[in-house]
Design a protein around this ligand. Structure first.
Ligand SMILES: *Cc1c(COP(=O)(O)O)cnc(C)c1O
Length: 448
């Protein structure tokens, strides 16, 4: 009989719920319910992994944001940023709350129409609109935000002979102290390009300059940047009035407010450091109300917030597949969802909670997804109790961008459910199937 090779035992001191620098224990309680619906029952009914959205939290976020601006400024309009999460159920919650639609492609434009948004309440942004898409937007009287000179020239041609003058806005980029400047979109303020574009629109006589638009970045963590942006936007609008006798009907300040997720490499958690929506509202409306507009000519203030309105309303539920020790001794846990469905794990340190009772032993570990790819790391370093195969976990604050940027890669994309305000669960997107993936594939005869 062959003798087994001796294997040195791996010995590591386990710490029970270490204090962090704020004195609280990092272990905490298991996260077993979302809006009173049990995580285990959701997985039992819809499988794992599974995205879960809370309608209650989405509406709460929207109302808090609307209140923050509308209590400080007389004319406020939100437009839901479709690319943040364009599941129709989600868009319709925002439309029910009064949001217009903000779209950045012909595909998203069609989705907004399909959701019943009137054409004149669709804002069409982005650098890649085709002539056909522009024509449709003109016919529907949508707000077209011009990104570059080619588009401006094309619009002037397309407007020829149209019964209604296309309503357009100029996208303005500028130095707000946030770097790198997003100067790839729109016309620059400091160089005078934005003013030149305004002159060109007005002098064309073919387009109606309804508003000015900016979107200075995403996950902007300083309110002051919005103050600078609002001041520059207001100065352009006031100059239009003074020099061209033209009234700008609206200023669209875009989106970009951060959620409370923690960015990779941050020293403090996002919940402790991010300004609130009220802080941003105070900054923007404070500047606009003092900018020098006649009282009856205050422009409508449009906001295109995405992330901040939905990130914390989304959860990803998953299941532990296995544990292993890496060669240097670090513990690794493999879960059943990868970076292909959790795109934001590339820049957030997502909070992950066990969904059942756990031991008080906390260990630092790496959490891997199931993909056969080295980049499939959900968390490089996280303190978690020891999890067993079959245990469930909940990833927090995943409502923004994951359900639009997810990739069909190696595995099928999971289902999405919505918990409504009465705590009823609705399947709003079924899990992908092999049939669906292969539906539009064609194998040439000689390869069959
Ligand atoms: C993506 C985008 C938004 C939404 O941005 P958030 O950072 O999610 O708030 C708004 N406006 C435009 C033009 C966008 O491209």
């Amino acid at each position: 009989m062959q003798k087994l090779v001796y294997e040195r035992p791996y010995i590591k001191k386990l710490t029970a719920g270490v204090m962090n620098k704020f004195g609280s224990r990092s272990g905490g309680k298991p996260f077993e319910y979302i809006d009173n619906v049990s995580v285990k029952s959701l997985i039992a009914s819809y499988g794992s992994p599974l995205f879960v959205l809370s309608e209650k939290q989405i509406r709460r976020n929207y109302r808090a944001a609307y209140r923050a601006f509308s209590t400080r400024y007389p004319k406020v309009q939100f437009a839901w940023s479709y690319k943040t999460n364009y599941l129709n159920a989600v868009c319709n919650i925002f439309h029910q709350e009064g949001s217009w639609a903000e779209v950045v492609s012909g595909f998203e434009y069609q989705k907004a129409l399909g959701n019943g948004v009137p054409g004149n309440k669709i804002i069409f942004n982005g650098p890649g609109k085709t002539a056909d898409e522009l024509l449709l937007a003109i016919e529907n009287d949508s707000l077209i935000h011009i990104d570059h000179l080619e588009e401006l020239n094309q619009l002037i041609i397309l407007a020829e002979g149209k019964p209604n003058k296309p309503r357009v806005g100029i996208r303005v980029n500028m130095d707000t102290g946030i770097y790198p400047i997003w100067d790839r979109f729109g016309f620059n303020y400091e160089s005078g390009d934005a003013w030149a574009a305004i002159l060109k629109v007005i002098n064309s006589g073919k387009l109606q300059l309804a508003g000015l638009h900016c979107h200075i970045g995403t996950y902007v963590q300083v309110t002051g940047a919005y103050g600078i942006a609002a001041a520059k936007m207001a100065s352009l609008a006031l100059r239009c009035k003074a020099e061209l006798q033209h009234t700008i009907a609206y200023l669209d300040m875009g989106g970009g407010f951060p959620s409370t997720n923690t960015l990779k490499g941050s020293y403090l958690p996002g919940t402790d450091t991010m300004p609130t929506i009220d802080d941003f509202a105070e900054e923007i409306t404070g500047i606009l109300t003092k900018a020098g507009f006649a009282h009856d000519e205050l422009p409508l203030l449009i906001l295109e917030s995405g992330r901040v309105l939905i990130d914390d309303a989304g959860y990803l539920l998953g299941t532990v597949i296995a544990n292993k020790r890496l060669s240097e001794g670090k513990r690794a846990t493999i879960v059943d969802f990868g970076v292909n469905v959790l795109f934001t794990s590339f820049w957030y340190e997502h909070q992950i909670s066990p969904a059942q009772e756990f031991t008080p032993n906390i260990e630092n570990m790496v959490v891997y997804g199931p993909l056969c790819m080295n980049i499939d790391v959900i968390r490089e370093s996280i303190n978690l109790p020891l999890l067993n195969p079959g245990d469930n976990v909940v990833v927090h604050k995943v409502g923004a961008y994951n359900m639009t940027q997810w990739m069909q890669f190696i595995t099928l994309r999971p289902a999405v459910v919505l918990i409504d305000e009465q705590q009823q669960v609705h399947l709003i997107k079924a899990k992908e199937t092999l049939d669906y993936i292969e539906r539009d594939e064609h194998v040439p005869g000689h390869l069959k």
